[in-house]
Design a protein around this ligand. Structure first.
Ligand code: AMP
Ligand code: GLY
Length: 431
């Protein structure tokens, strides 16, 4: 039987998902919808519709029109808007959690309260505040640094960490002057961050190797937080600064979450801080990471569509197999990203010349006369090889050939010096 799959979303992560679907041995017709025309996705899809992906009715109408047998939702905003609920309701199985389960990402207060109530391992101390004056008093009284998190979705850009990005005084100003109405204040975690993404259906969990993203905009981990500037994974499930036991701990935490959320389906993404006291949870996301999907899907040897079909049919999920290879992903982003991105700039990208690297278009818009930037990340290259440093060199070669005029890249990601500094940082913390 031919599967007709609707992919929702138009970023780099969704281009990587489209590629994984296109590489399936199953008979697949792929359709996609997004707010932007991602040329990588339109090239792989049998049909494409520009629409507002947070409009459940619009997505459902398109899914019905193409007779979709399955849907995959890439970004968090449609999950938060109830797109999965609407598709499921219309009889079109969507690989993604419904609105209620997606709160594990979309509502940071829910996420922490859920962890506390269910005794999930690795929850930092936290308090939730609707009274902003009380939040500021808490900052004054708390013994130690805090992370300040608006309750809802902020695209990874709303969190401020005292003692890292800002002072306590600046944090209080941020709370009083921003338009957010509710905040989670939590213990600042110190260590190295990593991500584990799991495919989940019917209480079953299948985890991918760990990935490390780079949130800060500029080299040397400076500047504001972004959606992620690039990421790497190793040829094993752990990363060079962590042990296999740390990875196993992260997997256990995902298992605990799914035990407490048996209805959950789709991707569960654990963002962790490896600290002196072990693995702690920074947050959960209800979808693949972007960029992390571009590390994980290219080394996934299991047929991605087999996983989707098994999830829909409530059949046992296949065990996942990953190539024993390292990956390095680097994003090219518009000048000024994330604070004042030069959206609407025409860019010349030579995707064909990426050579032995994988090339993923992200939040660019293809128009009749060329490709234009949006306010978000433009394209990514991914090197895959036996070691992180070989993969890094492949990614750099591809960036040079593809061209980065008018765009900015964190060249330090995946370089031996930066990876070594992570190892050194962790051994200092664990001493
Ligand atoms: P989030 O949107 O919750 O992923 O937060 C964005 C980034 O803020 C994370 O990737 C961390 O770098 C940082 N962060 C969030 N929570 C904490 C915390 N409790 N301690 C230290 N850093 C944090
Ligand atoms: N790379 C971080 C995220 O996808 O949220």
């Amino acid at each position: 039987m031919t599967e007709t799959i609707l992919l929702v979303g138009g970023g780099g992560r969704e281009h990587a998902i489209a590629q994984a679907i296109a590489e399936s041995d199953q008979d697949v017709d792929l359709y996609a919808c997004a707010g932007n025309r991602n040329p990588g996705i339109t090239a792989l899809a049998d049909g494409f519709e520009t629409l507002e992906t947070t409009d459940p009715q619009a997505v459902c109408e398109y899914a019905t029109e193409i007779d979709a047998t399955l849907a995959v939702v890439g970004p968090e905003a449609p999950l938060a808007a109830g797109v999965v609920d609407a598709l499921d309701e219309a009889g079109i199985y969507a690989f993604g959690p419904q609105q209620n389960e997606a709160r594990i990402e979309t509502d940071k207060a829910f996420q922490r309260e859920f962890m506390a109530e269910n005794d999930i391992t690795g929850c930092p101390d936290f308090e939730v505040f609707t009274d902003l004056d009380a939040a500021c008093d808490f900052i004054d009284e708390y013994d130690g640094d805090l992370a300040v998190k608006p309750r809802g979705l902020t695209g990874g850009k709303g969190v401020r960490v005292i003692g890292d990005q800002i002072t306590a005084e600046e944090a209080k100003e941020y709370i009083q002057e921003s338009n957010y109405e509710e905040f989670v204040l939590e213990e600042r975690l110190v260590g190295e961050e990593f991500t584990v993404q799991a495919m989940v259906s019917d209480g079953e969990v299948r985890c991918a190797p760990a990935v490390q993203d780079h949130k800060r905009a500029y080299e040397g981990d400076n500047g504001p937080n972004t959606g992620g500037m690039g990421s790497y994974s190793d040829a094993t499930t752990a990363l060079p600064f962590m042990t296999e036991e740390d990875y196993a701990e992260a997997v256990t935490i995902i298992d605990e979450v799914i035990d407490a959320l048996p209805e959950y389906k789709g991707i569960l993404y654990g963002q962790y801080m490896l600290t002196a006291d072990g693995v702690k949870v920074v947050e959960f996301n209800a979808r693949f990471g972007d960029p992390e999907a571009m590390n994980t899907l290219p080394v996934l040897e299991t047929d991605f569509v087999d996983i989707l079909v098994a999830a829909r049919d409530e059949a046992p999920l296949p065990e996942l197999s990953f190539a024993d290879q390292a990956t390095v992903c680097k994003y090219a982003v518009p000048d000024g990203y994330p604070i004042d991105p030069s959206a609407g700039a025409k860019v010349t990208i030579d995707a064909e010349s990426a050579g032995d690297a994988k090339f993923f278009y992200a939040s660019v818009d293809e128009r009749d006369d060329g490709i234009y930037t949006t306010t978000s990340r433009s394209y990514a290259v991914v090197g895959v090889d036996d070691t992180i440093s070989e993969a890094e060199q492949i990614a750099e070669g591809a960036l040079e050939r593809a061209g980065t005029e008018g765009l900015r890249v964190r060249h330090d990601i995946g370089k031996p010096e930066l990876v070594q500094s992570r190892i050194d940082h962790m051994s200092e913390i664990r001493r």
